[in-house]
Design a protein around this ligand. Sequence first.
Ligand code: NA7
Length: 544
Amino acid sequence: NQKNEVMKIDAVVVGAGFSGLYMLYRLREAGFRTRVFEAADGVGGVWHKNRYPGARCDNESIDYNFTFSEELFKEWNWSEKFSKQSEILEYLNYVADKFDLRRDIQLNTRITAAHYDEQDNRWTIQTDEGSTLSAKYFISGVGCLSAANIPKFKGLESFEGKWYHTGNWPKENVSFKGKRVGVIGTGSTGIQVIPAIAPEVDHLTVFQRTPQYSVPSRNHAYDPEYLKQVKDNFSEFKRKRRYSFGGFPNDVEARPSALNDTPEEREKLYEAAWQKGAVSSFFLETYQDLTVNEEANETLSKFIRQKIKEIVHDPEVAEKLSPTYFYGTKRPIQDTNYYETYNRENVSLVDVKANPIVEITPKGIRTTDGEYELDIIIFATGYDAMTGSLFKIDIRGKDGLTLKEKWENGEQTKTYLGIATSGFPNMFMITGPESPSVLSNVPTSIEQHVEWISDCIEYLQKNDIDTLEAKAEAEEEWSKHCREVAEATLFTKTESWYIGANVPGKPQRFLIYLGGVGPYREKCSDVASKGYEGFLLQSTLKKV
Ligand code: NA7
């Protein structure tokens, strides 16, 4: 029976998104027997599953891709400034084919457990289809936003219509024609799906808990001349992207402080950014102190609130749509006709902070102010971010301690560089907690982690080192540094998924490194060049 045989390999990687694909490529190139497991029926990670109408990336396409292969970068042509989900998925499938990755990827298979065995210094890995693997290295490429958050509303199972979570959208076409649709959630996803389906539905009811600031994306087809220019300057583009603050190649042109300019000068700058469109225009081309100074932040927050009032015809609806938190401290959003959608006759807005959802009934959603009859409910309610996807796997390190126990009881989440955590030898995380991850251009951060991890594994092999484990004191220090950087900003002052506030009962802690992609890369390289400083390296175990 094949299933009872334990397959012995060098590395197991979880997930076949950007992270898993590149990790497999690098480790295979270095000669390590590697296998990737993916629960979905295709490669692409979040881009495979987020098929909801309107799904689009809000980082510029030419930035949101791989740079490890100049040939790949040059032969792929992005059609628009902000790519549709389907185009990114097509790209990732192209990558899988181009580098012949599929033969080492097992689809439709979820890794259920990964246990470190101290006796033989290997990870024993179980899958949901009953196979067991033994690997020297266990690498997570699960992503920061892949465990869907479906709030535990009473009565969901009794709902007679259909319901979907945007992060697990079905492959088959969902027809909204003639349907009464409810959308719960107005984050990045809700703000994309709402204008996309409004023209098709009979009636759309948006259940909003927290209003959000959103700016127009002003997406457009790419000018082939512009793409050629970027490709002709590939090396410089790649260097800039890797050493920039946010993982984007753009030079920061923002002025130092919003408070140094007159209200008229500020207005002019904000208006120019609004007309140009995209979140990046505000962050890169206005002021540098928007996320660190309350007063500076308020100047932009006020500007966007005023825009909402100008766009939305009904003043009461405009008021409900107007946020009060510090701009940018929840994930900044860009849209196509989001606020405009509320001027449609067939769209209504329900404030569920004022009138919370009490239950899902067979016919729809009941809030404290009444029942809304619906045929379809869309949960655009986000994710159990940063740690949720890791906790879905029963990961156990030394002494059988689970990652969840380590991170949720007492001490809370601590990592060294967001790559490793003490007590879990030879385990690596790509874009793990306390790395720049989701507050950076994620593919840039993924490439840096993957390269660091594969270089590290090669180093261990070359130097006959059996185990690498983050030292508790190095982790303590990194975690403290990470918190201090975050606390100097306004990010920690807002309830957001960045701090875990969206999932009831989740310990709240800011788990993203805000010191910048370039400085972070230098720190990681420095650690490596000092013989993996802060890690305990051991060669004492019996060689296999
Ligand atoms: P987000 O940004 O976490 O948004 C989720 C939305 O759902 C947000 O408006 C939440 O309100 C709302 N929500 C969550 N739980 C509830 C309950 N129980 N009742 C009512 N409303 C609720 O998720 P997205 O999928 O939009 O985006 C996630 C990231 O994916 C995005 O930032 C990109 O990086 C890609 P809240 O604001 O918490 O009050």
